[in-house]
Design a binder for this molecule. Structure first.
Ligand code: WTA
Length: 665
């Protein structure tokens, strides 16, 4: 809670306002607050008409819809559901015969700096051939396909090809473990995995294919019939005969035409797993029609995308940001985009700035964690400071994934944006499909650290536990009161969990609960996100459940008796993972504690992935519990932050362990 309190305090002191410059406003799609307000009004007064007009104008339908919103089975909302379309056709085919067809769709920069690019016309050929290759493997409409790929043109092609044949993809981030992959394959009932032999990051060659093999070997993956392997490097890999095929093998002789398969608007385009309050990740299911509509519209509204723009979203395709703002949105908008394989700090921490100069990037979209780490790097080494590169091509900057602290915002504004570029601090989630609360570059006066106002048609509010609206200035829970086209449709295979997680009974069962705390400023009613209100942590903009990490720790059954995980604020990563562990043997100290902590970190990396490694691990003979046996997490949060314990500990069974747990290793 004190984390939220700190943020609320900084809202109250933050009084710098940056109105849009004439340059940003002139020619913008939504120019000025009057234009924004008019759209909001239109959505409020004629909700269905508003969305219907947008969907007709922005998407190509093979069969037009006649129903806009079906609310007969709340909260299983259905949008445009008797309409039919194809997502890939809306990204590629729609540009053929227009000036966009010969435009560069993707400029790819590899980890080692090599650049290649592909036009819309050629991308369509690549996607069509790959779609035919998938068909030749017996993969078709409704099948689920796992994609475990590096950031490459091939990764985007794989996603688009699945969409083209109506197969539902589920991309798993390349940093996740064999175990995580195994769980996702089983939960999705996937028939195939698309992967690469290796991925290149930061000058290192890291395995992917062998992790797929390990994941499948863990058992329960009988549904997998095919593993397709992109040979990203020349390094050898192990082939499982009868199951594995290379891209080259399946692409051989494939027709360059593949008619897009029309699917219903509600057909699941993809499932993307994300962390929730329990140990098991949730398969967030997205639709085709509503999702594609929002991917395109937010490119136009939030980024005000123009034909001459070079768009660069640094997110990996393994996350929702890489879905909406790499694989789908920019292509639907007919934009030129940069896709980057590597990491921001290799071969030096000026790589991003160098790439902006080199590719003349005009819209740059990244995460606060990246910005904070590059600030730190620039502070200690002048040579990687953005001032060393020509960033004058930039027009709009974006931030996503976690709250951006005002200091980082100001640095980004001055040193990257040259005090000229609006910063769109976009709030959204895997579940929302695209931006929901964000400034508009040509309209919204910016306040550092605030995601400002909801997009037109998004009925966001801040309420108490019963769903009652709270006044500006009062912190509460962020909700969205009406459905919107790109919202989550279901948790794959678990409709009950879907209802329980997002549409609480106490609020009437039809209000979307975001899981974040928020407060609106007293003067402008601007939203500021104060952090998750559930057991989800945000580490470097990546979502992880505390229960997920706890389950991983206690799965080390020979060593761990009990574990509790909490988050604590971290200057660089936003939040850091702090684990309190009780071992099955006596409490270790000194070097032994260090060594066991290192062992547990490696274990968690193997169970989930390196991003889930706890930063702090503390050992105790017990955990602080009430007499009824409940772990007092509030106390653990204070200890993790190094705060003095001021809470009432009279209900605590064993107060002496607080001292033990306060000791770091
Ligand atoms: C957080 C990422 C503050 C929030 C697109 C949310 C943010 C979670 C912002 C979703 C922002 C995302 N300001 N917090 N601009 N954007 N968040 O599903 O806690 O990976 O619930 O989607 O990130 O993370 P997810």
């Amino acid at each position: 809670m004190s984390n939220a309190t700190n943020t609320i305090e900084s809202v109250l002191v933050e009084n710098r306002v940056f109105p849009p410059s004439d340059a940003a406003r002139n020619g913008a799609r939504i120019a000025g607050m009057e234009a924004y307000e008019a759209l909001c009004k239109e959505a409020e007064t004629d909700f269905e008409g508003f969305w219907s007009r947008q969907a007709k104008e922005k998407l190509n339908w093979t069969k037009p819809f006649t129903r806009v919103l079906d609310e007969s089975n709340v909260p299983f909302y259905r949008w445009f559901d008797d309409g039919e379309l194809n997502a890939s056709a809306n990204c590629l085919d729609r540009h053929i015969g227009t000036p966009v067809e010969n435009k560069t769709a993707i400029v790819f920069e590899a980890d080692d700096g090599q650049v290649s690019s592909i036009t819309y016309k050629d991308l369509l050929v690549r996607v069509s051939q790959f779609a035919n290759a998938l068909k030749s493997q017996g993969i078709g409409k409704g099948d689920r396909v796992i994609i475990y790929m590096p950031m490459t043109i091939e990764g985007v092609v794989a996603m688009q090809a699945c969409a083209r044949i109506g197969a539902t993809h589920s991309v798993v981030f390349g940093g996740f473990s064999a175990k995580a992959l195994n769980e996702r394959i089983i939960d999705a009932g996937a028939v195939a995995v698309i992967t690469a032999n290796f991925q290149l990051r930061g000058g290192k060659e890291l395995p992917l294919k062998s992790i797929v093999d390990d994941g499948i070997a863990l058992g329960g993956c009988e549904s997998i019939k095919t593993v397709l392997v992109y040979e990203r490097t020349l390094s050898p890999w192990n082939r499982v005969e009868g199951r594995d095929r290379t891209f080259a093998e399946v692409l051989e002789g494939q027709n360059i035409h593949c008619p897009p398969t029309a699917v219903g608007a509600e057909h699941p385009l993809f499932i993307l797993y994300t962390s929730g309050s329990t140990g098991k990740p949730k398969g967030v299911q997205h639709s085709t029609g509503g999702y594609m509509l929002w991917a395109r519209m937010t490119m136009e509204w939030t980024f005000d995308i123009r034909p001459e723009d070079v768009f660069w979203c640094t997110a990996d395709i393994g996350w929702i940001t890489g879905h909406t703002y790499v694989a789908y949105g920019p292509l639907a908008a007919g934009a030129t985009q940069v896709v980057f394989e590597g990491v921001p700090t290799f071969p030096h921490a000026g790589r991003f700035w160098q790439m902006i100069e080199k590719h003349k990037v005009s819209i740059f979209y990244t995460a606060p964690t990246a910005i904070r780490s590059l600030i730190k790097a620039a502070d200690s080494d002048e040579k990687v400071h953005p001032k060393n590169w020509d960033l004058s091509s930039l027009r709009i900057l974006g931030s996503v994934g976690e709250p951006i602290n005002p200091e980082a915002w100001m640095w980004y504004h001055r040193n990257v944006g040259g005090e000229r570029c609006p910063i769109v601090d976009t709030f959204w989630q895997t579940e929302t499909g695209g931006h929901v609360i964000t400034p508009l570059p040509g309209a919204t006066p910016l306040v550092p650290g605030s995601c400002t106002l909801p997009l037109p048609g998004i009925m966001a509010a801040i309420v108490d536990e019963t769903g009652k609206d709270l006044p500006n200035g009062a912190g509460g829970m962020l909700v969205i009161k009406r459905p919107w086209p790109s919202m989550i449709r279901n948790i794959w295979g678990d409709p009950e969990r879907f209802k329980k997680s997002y549409f609480p009974e106490e609020m009437g069962g039809n209000v979307y609960l975001a899981g974040d705390g928020a407060v609106r400023s007293a003067d402008r009613g601007y939203f500021r996100i104060t952090g998750r209100i559930d057991d989800v942590l945000n580490i470097s903009g990546h979502r992880l459940g505390t229960m997920e990490i706890e389950s991983a720790l206690v799965a080390k059954t020979d060593l761990v008796a009990e574990a509790a995980v909490v988050g604590r604020p971290d200057d660089l990563t936003g939040e850091a993972i702090c684990a309190f562990v009780v071992l099955k043997r006596s409490r270790p100290t000194g070097d032994e504690a260090k060594q066991i902590a290192a062992q547990l970190r490696d274990w968690v990396a193997k169970e989930i992935g390196p991003i889930a490694k706890p930063k702090d691990i503390r050992f105790g003979e017990n955990l602080p519990k009430t007499r009824s046996g409940k772990i007092m997490r509030r106390l653990l949060r204070s200890i993790a932050k190094g705060e003095a314990i001021t809470q009432d500990v009279s209900t605590l069974e064993n107060p002496a362990i607080l001292d033990q747990l306060s000791q770091t290793n």
